[in-house]
Design a binder for this molecule. Structure first.
Ligand code: KG4
Ligand code: ZN
Length: 347
């Protein structure tokens, strides 16, 4: 038929996911199904993802997840032509669960097995929905990651810079906790920021005084803590208005830092890469409207095409893992049973 149907699995953090994708002879790819089981409720009482709980939940959910992805795709296991699984980086228990499940499926069917780097999955996603040619510049911003990548091909990435401490999503989550807002912190801080003034508090713009496109967010979080404590000491509590101003000031600092460092990454790219790049953003933090607007404006001013995948494909999912395998099939052989889980796996 000339088409290719791939099953993908993802279990490296707190989402268990399975997806079926089909690439047609003409080159376009269709998502036949993409199932994501979140674990947020399981970890809610602990203030973060608990690795042991996550691993057990993945092991229990993977079978159902795969079954549901096949059912929704109206596709039998017999129609699948390759299996893709996240082999790292991530929480080792979850990654091992996914890899073992994928090996079981590969053993039962004799299908080729591809181990995919989770970050490569995120970084290749723009090509799943948009006609973005290689090479392009990618800003990956999530709860666990923050880096600038030059994406040269399906298996070829150059890291231009990244965070030296926290990821921005982590900073949003911690600030939400400091200010008594619910988790996940990003949406809560963004909503509260809409009621406040961005110049209400003078917060730092970490690393802007240093060249290059490395970032830092841990000092910004500490500055929010100090500002909160000063308000509480002076007023005996944190008034709604001060909380909103703190959220708005914090978000404005994040926007300033991300936009300026993106500007520098574009300049770096222009000095080394061929032609005019597209600028793509992915990861949960890309859901933030202020951040998106800031980056859109930067790209419009620089005459660079801006591209952000739809939100469901920005956050963790298995469609991006199946898609990465489809992209990489032309550049490398399958991993087969030699595949092992890698908790750390830089691109
Ligand atoms: O990509 P993702 O779903 O999971 C990983 O970290 O891999 O990203 C989740 C992160 C959380 O830290 C969450 O607070 C943040 O993305 N986030 C946001 C917004 N929505 C989600 N941060 C800022 N503004 C938002 N609207
Ligand atoms: Zn992720």
């Amino acid at each position: 038929s000339g088409s290719l149907t791939v099953l993908g699995l993802e279990s490296s953090c707190d989402d268990t996911a399975a997806a079926v994708l089909r690439r047609y002879a003409g080159g376009e790819t269709e998502i036949l199904s993409s199932v994501v089981y979140g674990q947020t409720d399981l970890h809610a009482d602990f203030g973060g993802v608990v690795p042991e709980i996550a691993a057990r939940a993945h092991a229990e959910a993977l079978d159902h997840c795969v079954e549901q992805a096949l059912t929704q795709a109206e596709c039998g296991l017999g129609e699948i032509e390759a299996i893709a699984v996240t082999a790292g980086p991530g929480l080792i228990g979850g990654v091992v669960s996914g890899v073992m499940c994928a090996k079981g499926l590969a053993a039962a069917t004799g299908l080729p097995l591809y181990g995919i780097n989770h970050l490569a999955g995120h970084a290749l996603t723009p090509r799943l929905t948009d006609d973005v040619p290689y090479p392009y510049l990618m800003l990956l911003v999530s709860g666990g990651h923050c880096q600038f990548l030059m994406v040269e091909g399906p298996d070829s990435f150059v890291r231009l810079g990244g965070t030296i401490d926290d990821a921005p999503g982590e900073a949003f989550d911690k600030v939400a906790r400091l200010l008594g807002l619910p988790q996940p912190g990003g949406p809560a801080v963004e909503a509260t920021a809409a009621q406040g003034a961005a110049d209400g508090f003078a917060l730092p713009r970490p690393l802007l005084d240093r060249p290059g496109c490395d970032l830092s967010f841990s000092g910004l979080k500490t500055a929010v803590l100090r500002a909160r404590d000063a308000v509480v000491a002076a007023q005996g509590g944190l008034p709604e208005a001060a909380r909103a101003d703190l959220c708005a000031s914090f978000q404005a600092a994040i926007v300033d830092v991300l936009v300026e460092k993106s500007h520098r990454a574009l300049d770096l790219y222009r000095d080394t890469g061929p032609g005019q790049p597209s600028f793509c953003v992915a990861g949960g933090v890309a859901a933030n409207t202020a951040i998106r607007r800031g980056l859109e404006t930067l790209c419009a001013d620089a005459g660079v095409r801006f591209c952000a995948p739809p939100l469901a494909l920005c956050t963790d999912n298995a469609a991006m893992i199946a898609f990465a395998a489809i992209e990489q099939m032309s550049t490398r052989p399958p991993d087969g049973f030699a595949l092992s889980a890698r908790p750390r796996w830089p691109l």
